[in-house]
Design a protein around this ligand. Structure first.
Ligand code: TNX
Length: 545
């Protein structure tokens, strides 16, 4: 009896311990830990009418998740007297409000023993605050089902957070291999959890055209299917199996809406004028030789590309891009531009006549055919500008002529992005040295099939996107993206393995200020908290650290 009393007195007198820093990825800008916690089982979710309909939906979903997990009902209560309700402390719970002084996509959370108060800049800020709160709860919250003995406590603390970069992208190649609508949705789910906000959807390439275009039905009838696929890395082989698939425009709309509900913008890519064999197989008259062409069964860079010497090529591209621009609400459309071989253009009478007509002359650095590609880019860019769209292109589009206001996606290292920024244009960094998730993550003999270079998460994590730039030039770097090409990836299980955990590493490159990055802290977070979350959510990932 005496000891119990002594123990009780001691507990009251001794100062409690400050909570450990929660294992959140990407790490917030600042976290100050306090003592104590609040149990959020059955907590009310208060908001005021500064919240948009979209943000209120986020809260409703959060309330459903809490109810399902804790077994006690949480509801959203819209209260004009938000401040009074919090000050009265009659109930415990959450309180959400919008505060325009917080930087875009940012939020502030302060948790004491009764309330978790969230101030957010905008819809993204509300959504990201919820993601952070979920990561502060036990991993079981991701199971979305009742856990009897689970404690649902949030540690008392103060968090201030906003992203370092506005563009936080993840790319997916659905041409080389086709991924179903459900698989794409699962991909978007994991992106949203780690605060990525742009999905770059690679929809066309030599090996398959994946987007329905009503004006050109053969693009999917013919272009979406190939008669076989090279086996592994031996391009001389062909498994002889018909392979393909495409997304209808209504499925595309479904994906755009699904992404939007997770604060993700979908940017479609129509890769031109190279990487177009699937379109040429459908409409051979758009090529220099007229074909015949076949949807490609192997990987690599084809000599067969669109013919810019023929006006009907532009009629075609404008028809395709009109439907694409109408379908996708994104500010940007990606027009590819990578790896366009010029072998056919050099021999093609139409291309050569076009070069003459345009008065193009080669110089010591740049061939006439390269300048012809600059002409294609500018012409398509002008066309899309009239539709209110800006363009993004792979860094090849500034080979030759840089006087082009397109946003450059720098993949052949960072030099393309640096060149763009130094010339006053915007760029997104996705160098193959750090951001190519088609490459293997370890010893190629032990890893599932992938590209030849080794990029483990540590390598991705070490990327500094503004290296080599002055602060002024750095402002032109909109952000960072990782690319997942799928030549060697035919199943969703393999796709997730290549994505994870490298996408978590890129999320810190995109979100965190450099001084907040810490490989040891990140590694501990992976093994102790993030991997259990991925397990609960049913993702496949590389476990070796
Ligand atoms: C280069 S990156 C490509 C893709 C390939 C990738 C394989 C880029 C713009 N083009 O067509 O899939 O390498 O790593």
């Amino acid at each position: 009896m005496k000891t119990t009393l002594l123990f009780a007195i001691l507990t009251l007198l001794l100062p409690g311990k400050v909570n450990p820093v929660p294992q959140i990825v990407p790490m917030p800008e600042s976290i100050t830990m306090d003592k104590g916690s609040v149990n959020i089982a059955g907590a009310a979710i208060l908001c005021d009418n500064t919240l948009s309909e979209k943000s209120t939906k986020f809260l409703n979903e959060f309330a459903l998740l809490l109810t399902a997990s804790t077994g006690k009902t949480s509801v959203v209560v819209n209260t004009l007297g938000l401040k009074n309700s919090i000050d009265n402390r009659q109930i415990k719970g959450f309180a959400f409000t919008i505060d325009g002084s917080i930087p875009a996509e940012g939020y502030e959370i302060s948790i004491d023993d009764k309330f978790c108060v969230v101030k957010a800049s905008d819809d993204h800020g509300v959504f990201y605050a919820i993601q952070t709160i979920k990561q502060m709860l036990p991993a079981a919250i991701y199971g979305n089902s009742f856990k009897e003995k689970q404690k649902w406590e949030l540690p008392c603390c103060t968090i201030k957070d906003a992203p370092r970069f506005a563009y936080r992208g993840m790319h997916l190649d659905c041409s080389r291999h086709f991924f179903s609508i459900d698989e794409v949705k699962k991909y978007l789910d994991i992106m949203a959890m780690y605060k990525l906000n742009t999905f770059h959807w690679h929809l066309t390439d030599d090996q398959g055209w994946r987007i329905e275009i009503k004006k050109y039905p053969k693009l999917v009838e013919v272009g979406a299917f190939r008669d076989g696929t090279a086996i592994g890395k031996d391009y001389s082989t062909n498994d002889g199996l018909r392979y393909g698939g495409f997304y209808t425009q209504s499925q595309i709309k479904e994906i755009i809406e699904y992404a939007d509900k997770r604060c993700i913008t979908v940017i479609p890519e129509i890769d031109l004028p190279g990487h177009m064999l699937a379109a040429l197989a459908a409409y051979p008259e758009l090529g220099c030789t007229g074909g015949p062409y076949k949807v490609w069964y192997r990987w690599g860079v084809s000599d067969q590309v669109l013919c810019p010497g023929k006006e009907k090529t532009f009629t075609f591209l404008e028809g395709v891009l009109t439907e694409v621009a109408n379908l996708f609400p994104s500010e940007y459309i990606h027009i590819g531009g990578d790896e366009c071989k010029k072998t056919e253009w050099e021999k093609c009478p139409d291309c050569q006549a076009k070069i003459k007509e345009l008065g193009i002359v080669a110089d010591e650095h740049t061939s006439a055919e390269q300048y012809l590609q600059n002409y294609v880019t500018t012409r398509i860019q002008d066309f899309l500008a009239k539709k209110g769209k800006k363009v993004i292109g792979w860094d090849e589009i500034i080979d030759g002529n840089v006087s082009n206001s397109a946003t450059i996606m720098s993949w052949r290292g960072t030099k393309g992005g640096i060149k763009a920024a130094k010339n006053g244009f915007d760029a997104i960094m996705c160098p193959y040295s750090h951001c190519y998730f088609d490459y293997v993550q370890g010893d190629p003999d032990k890893e599932p099939l992938g590209g030849g270079r080794i990029i483990n998460w540590q390598k991705t994590y070490s990327f500094e996107p503004l290296e080599g730039l002055t602060p002024e030039e750095g402002r032109h770097i909109l952000g960072v993206q990782a690319n997942l090409w799928t030549e060697f990836i035919s199943t969703n299980e393999h796709l997730e393995y290549m994505l994870l955990p490298r996408m978590l590493a890129i999320s810190e490159v995109q979100w965190c200020i450099p001084s907040n990055k810490n490989e040891d802290r990140f590694r501990a977070s992976l093994t102790e908290h993030q991997f259990p979350i991925l397990d609960i959510m049913g993702y496949n990932y590389r476990k070796d650290q």
